[in-house]
Design a protein. Structure first.
Length: 173
């Protein structure tokens, strides 16, 4: 009985260390709260996205704090880049890593997200890849086609000679 409880406790200890190893950060990213100290440098910043907000001029903001005004770091996606990103809203509530140049904007640090490759692998898997070949707004060869009335089948008419009897008139009956 004593040996089985010892084995069981060792098994639990091993499983808890594996679980904690999975949750440990695998990179050397800065926490978002320290981003203000690294303005002007290219860094990796990590944090949990609490809100995804769409601005009035088309920009999208990923914030890491409950109060947007008091948050020391924000990720900005400009309107021209949002088409290349996919569904950014799926990042809400997820731990992400973003790589880029940390810039100062009104006393707050920010990174401008221009490509999905700037995101760490965990976020890159969440956002589906946007097809670059197809554009809904572009007219051309990608249309479904036009509705047309089906063509009528042409009837082939051939002139036949006069009918021929099966019976031979020269043969006696």
């Amino acid at each position: 009985m004593r040996i089985s409880s010892l084995v069981f406790s060792l098994l639990l200890l091993a499983m808890s260390s594996i679980t904690s190893a999975r949750k440990a950060p695998t990179s050397n990213c800065l926490p978002f709260a320290d981003a203000n100290q690294h303005v002007g440098t290219t860094q990796c910043v990590s944090g949990t996205v609490l809100h995804v907000e769409h601005g009035s001029k088309g920009a999208t903001f990923l914030t890491f704090c409950h109060s947007v005004k008091a948050c020391p770091f924000t990720v900005v996606v400009l309107p021209g880049d949002i088409k290349k990103m996919g569904d950014i809203g799926r990042l809400e509530g997820r731990q992400i890593e973003i790589k880029g140049t940390i810039q100062d904007y009104d006393g707050h640090a920010e990174i401008v997200l221009r490509r999905t490759q700037q995101l760490g692998e965990s976020a890159y898997v969440v956002i589906p890849r946007v097809p670059t070949e197809y554009d809904v707004e572009k007219a051309g060869h990608s249309s479904a086609g036009r509705i047309r009335k089906p063509k009528t089948a042409k009837t082939k008419t051939s002139k036949q000679g006069s009918p021929v009897s099966i019976e031979d008139p020269n043969e006696p009956q």
